[in-house]
Design a binder for this molecule. Structure first.
Ligand SMILES: [Zn+2]
Length: 712
C-alpha cells in the first residue's frame, strides 16, 4: 500500500507544491459499481499511462469510495490472518494492497494540481477527511500493528535482504508515528484531529489559489503598464477581456510575494498597487481570507504532536527527517539569517543609489526592489533579462538543454510521441530510453501557466517504479511559464530555465528508481533530502557545454555571445542577499508557527508574523518573506509543514555535490553513472545520509554552501 508520500516538487528558491502519490499492486477486481469506469482497471497503455481521454470528473468519487472499501477488505484479511505474521503475508501484502485507491488518488491529485475545476475541488474537499480516516483505519488497527511489531522485534532473525529489512523498519516507524501505540481514547482524539487537519489544509490550498486569481491587478490604460513588453500588455488586455473587462488590462498574481511584472513596471504607483495586492492576500477580509484557517491548522497540528508525545509539531515532523530536531534547524537558519540580512542591506544601499541617480527621492520599498535590481544588474553586468530571453526558447531549453545534459551524464535519450492522450493540448509526452536502448520511462512536460493550475513548479508521477509490482515510471514536470500569444515563441527568463533543470532533477530521481518496494520508489525520501537531486541538476543549466548547445537565438540560431554568457553566469552572484533573506524569513516563520504548543497559538496572525520576523532579525521591509503566512502553501497545505527549511538543508548537499562533479571532470558519463548508481537509483531504500556518503565518500561539509550563497 505504501503510506501516502508527500512527493515533491519545487523550484530553485522554493516554488513548490506537493502531491500525494501512492503506488500499489494487483488486487481483487472492483465491483459492479465501477462498470464502465476507466479507473476500475490498470490502464492498458504503455507503462500504465493514464487514459486521460476517457477519465471524467464523475469517475473519481465512486473510484475513491470503492478503492477505500477494497483496501480495507485487504487489510482486514492481512490483520486477521490466522497464520503467524511473516514478512510476505504482512509487509509485502500491505505493499500490494490498495491498487484501485492508489491509481485513483494518483490521477486525481496530479490533475487537481495541474488542471482543476470546481467539480474536482468539491471532490477534493469531500475526500480529504475520508482519506485521513481511511489512513487511520489502517495505521490504528491494533491487530495489524501487532503483526508489524512482532516482525519488527524478530527482524534480526528474519534473514531479510537490506531493502526488505529497511522496509520493515520503515513500516514500524510509520505505524508508531501514526499513533499505533496510543490508548484507544487517544486514538479517537487523533482520528478527529487528522480529519479536521485534512479538511482545513484542503480549504487553505483552495483559498490560496482562488485568492491569487481574485487579487489580479486591473488597470484602465496601456500607459499604466509602461515598461512591460507590447506582447505582455496585449496578453493583459486579453486576460481582462476573458473576464468580461473589455478595454481594461489584467496582470495576474503568482504565488510568491514578489511578482514578475514588478521588475518592469516604470510607474511606481502601479508597482506599489501590485505589491500591496500580493502582500495582502489571505488577510484583508472577504471570502478567501485564510487567517482563521491558519490558526486552526496550527492549533490542530500542535495538539496532534502533543498527543504523540512531542513538544510541538516541528519536533514531530523533524524527527522523521535527516535534520532530526528543531535545535539543528533553528541553528542553521539562525546562523545564516544575520549575514543574509546584512547582504540584503548592502544591496538595498546600491539600489537606493540607483533611485537617487534616477532623480527620485523616495525610500526604496518592497515594490521597488526588482525594478532597481534590474537596473543595477544592467549597469554592473551590462545586460538585462530582455537581452538574454531570445536565447532561452522553451523547446531549445528542454530538448537541447535539459535533455542534452541528461544524455551526456547518463546516456539516456528522448523521443516525443503524440499518440498518447493528454489532459491539455499543451502537454508534451516523451519516451525515455536508457543507454542500452531499453525504454526506461515516460516523461510528460506541462510547462505553461493556467488559471486552474497551482502556482510554482513541481514534479509528480502517474506511475512509480517498483520491481515488486512490475511498474515503470511515468513522470511529469509542471512549470508556470506564461504562454505567449499564438505564433509567438516562448522565451524564458533565466529563473525559468533554472526551474526547468531543477524539476527535471526530480524527474531523474523518479525515472532512475531501481527499487523493489513501492514504499521506497524514487523520490520517497525525507523531504529535507528530496530537494537535493533537483538542486544538483540546476548546475548543468550554466555548464558551458550545455549552454552552448541550447542557448541559441530563436530567430537567427546564433549562439549566445560568450561575453553575455559569462555575464549570465557571473550575475548569479547578484541579489543573493535578497534571495537568502526572503527565503530565510519564510523558513523561520514556518518553524515559529510549528514550534508552538497548543496553548501558545496566538489569536492575531499578522501580529504574530510581524513579531516573529522582528524577533529573528529578518524584518527588513524592502525584503518581505517569499511567502507570507496567509498564502504559505508549503507550510499550511500539507507537504512542507515545518519543512520549508528543507531547501537550504538540501542545498548543503547540493553545493558539495557541485564541487564533486567539478573535481571529477564535470559533464561525463562516468560521473553521472556513479551518481545514478550510488544515489539516484536507490530511492528511499536506505538511510539518506548513508546514500550521500556512499556517493561522496564522506559527509557533506558546509563551506561550499556558504560560498554559493555568498555568506562566508
Ligand atoms: Zn524541487
Amino acid at each position: 500500500m505504501s503510506r501516502p508520500q508527500m512527493l515533491v516538487v519545487a523550484a530553485a528558491l522554493g516554488l513548490a507544491f506537493s502531491q500525494t502519490v501512492i503506488a500499489a499492486a494487483e488486487t481483487p477486481a472492483a465491483s459492479a459499481v465501477l462498470a464502465g469506469n476507466p479507473l476500475a482497471t490498470a490502464s492498458k497503455l504503455p507503462f500504465n499511462y493514464p487514459v486521460f481521454d476517457q477519465i471524467k470528473d464523475e469517475h473519481f468519487a465512486p473510484a475513491f469510495t470503492e478503492g477505500m472499501r477494497i483496501q480495507l477488505e485487504e487489510i482486514a484479511a492481512i490483520a486477521n490472518n490466522p497464520k503467524p505474521a511473516t514478512f510476505d503475508n504482512t509487509i509485502v501484502a500491505m505493499e500490494k494492497s490498495g491498487e484501485l485507491l492508489s491509481r485513483t488518488q494518483t490521477v486525481f491529485y496530479n490533475l487537481q494540481g495541474a488542471n482543476t475545476n470546481d467539480k474536482m475541488d468539491a471532490i477534493d474537499s469531500e475526500m480529504s477527511a475520508k482519506l485521513a480516516a481511511h489512513g487511520d483505519a489502517i495505521y490504528l488497527n491494533p491487530q495489524l500493528f501487532a503483526r508489524v511489531h512482532s516482525l519488527y522485534q524478530q527482524r534480526a532473525k528474519l534473514k531479510l535482504d537490506a531493502e526488505a529489512r529497511h522496509l520493515l523498519e520503515r513500516y514500524h516507524k510509520d505505524f508508531v508515528r501514526a499513533g499505533a501505540q496510543l490508548s484507544d481514547a487517544d486514538k479517537e482524539k487523533l482520528k478527529n484531529l487528522n480529519a479536521s487537519i485534512a479538511t482545513l489544509q484542503t480549504s487553505f490550498s483552495q483559498s490560496v489559489l482562488k485568492e491569487a486569481n481574485a487579487a489580479a491587478l486591473i488597470v484602465d490604460s496601456r500607459a499604466e503598464l509602461a515598461g512591460m513588453s507590447e506582447a505582455a500588455i496585449d496578453a493583459a488586455a486579453a486576460a481582462a477581456k476573458a473576464k468580461g473587462l473589455d478595454g481594461k488590462f489584467l496582470v495576474s498574481i503568482v504565488n510568491t510575494s514578489g511578482q514578475p511584472a514588478l521588475a518592469e513596471l516604470t510607474d511606481r504607483n502601479v508597482r506599489e498597487k501590485l505589491m500591496a495586492l500580493s502582500l495582502a492576500r489571505g488577510s484583508h477580509g472577504g471570502e478567501f481570507d485564510s487567517r482563521e484557517i491558519v490558526l486552526k491548522i496550527a492549533k490542530a497540528r500542535a495538539e496532534k504532536a502533543t498527543l504523540l508525545g512531542y513538544a510541538n509539531f516541528a519536533a514531530y515532523a523533524l524527527d522523521d527527517q535527516t535534520a532530526h530536531d528543531t535545535k539543528s534547524v533553528n541553528q542553521l537558519l539562525g546562523d545564516l539569517a544575520k549575514p543574509a540580512v546584512n547582504n540584503a542591506r548592502k544591496e538595498a544601499a546600491d539600489l537606493q543609489a540607483m533611485v537617487v541617480a534616477d532623480g527620485a527621492t523616495f525610500q526604496l520599498g518592497a515594490a521597488d526592489w526588482a525594478y532597481y535590481a534590474d537596473k543595477v544588474r544592467a549597469q554592473r553586468y551590462a545586460f538585462d533579462e530582455k537581452q538574454i530571453k531570445p536565447y532561452f526558447e522553451l523547446d531549445n531549453v528542454l530538448t537541447k538543454g535539459v535533455f542534452f545534459a541528461a544524455n551526456k551524464l547518463y546516456g539516456i535519450s528522448f523521443k516525443e510521441r503524440k499518440d498518447l492522450p493528454v489532459y491539455n493540448p499543451d502537454v508534451r509526452v516523451f519516451d525515455v530510453f536508457d543507454a542500452n536502448g531499453k525504454q526506461l520511462a515516460i516523461f510528460m512536460a506541462d510547462m505553461y501557466a493556467r488559471g486552474n493550475k497551482q502556482g510554482g513548479a513541481w514534479m509528480n508521477e502517474y506511475s512509480s517504479q517498483s520491481k515488486l509490482l512490475g511498474r515503470h515510471p511515468v513522470v511529469a514536470n509542471h512549470l508556470n511559464i506564461p504562454k505567449p500569444p499564438a505564433g509567438e515563441p516562448t522565451l524564458l527568463t533565466y529563473d525559468e530555465v533554472s526551474t526547468a533543470f531543477h524539476e527535471f532533477g526530480h524527474a531523474l530521481h523518479g525515472m532512475f528508481s531501481n527499487v523493489t518496494y513501492p514504499r521506497f520508489s524514487g523520490t520517497s525520501v525525507p523531504s529535507d533530502f528530496v530537494e537535493y537531486p533537483s538542486q544538483a541538476n540546476e548546475m548543468w543549466a550554466v555548464w558551458p557545454e550545455v549552454l552552448a548547445n541550447y542557448a541559441k537565438h530563436y530567430k537567427t540560431g546564433e549562439p549566445m555571445p560568450k561575453e553575455l554568457l559569462d555575464k549570465v553566469i557571473e550575475s548569479r552572484k547578484f541579489n543573493r542577499g535578497f534571495t537568502a533573506t526572503e527565503y530565510l524569513a519564510s523558513s523561520l516563520l514556518d518553524q515559529r508557527w510549528h514550534q508552538l504548543t497548543p496553548a501558545q497559538i496566538p489569536s492575531d496572525v499578522l501580529a504574530f508574523e510581524a513579531s516573529a520576523l522582528k524577533d529573528l532579525g529578518v524584518d527588513f521591509a524592502p525584503v518581505p518573506p517569499r511567502y507570507r503566512t496567509t498564502y504559505f502553501s508549503h507550510s499550511f497545505s500539507g507537504g512542507y509543514a515545518a519543512g520549508y527549511y528543507a531547501y537550504l538543508w538540501s542545498e548543503k548537499l547540493t553545493a558539495d555535490t557541485e564541487v564533486w562533479f567539478k573535481q571529477n571532470g564535470g559533464l561525463k558519463r562516468a560521473s553521472g553513472d556513479w551518481y545514478r548508481n550510488q544515489l539516484l537509483s536507490r530511492g528511499g531504500t536506505d538511510d539518506a545520509m548513508k546514500l550521500f556518503r556512499n556517493f561522496r565518500g564522506r559527509d557533506a561539509i558546509i563551506e561550499p554552501l556558504l560560498e554559493r550563497r555568498g555568506l562566508k
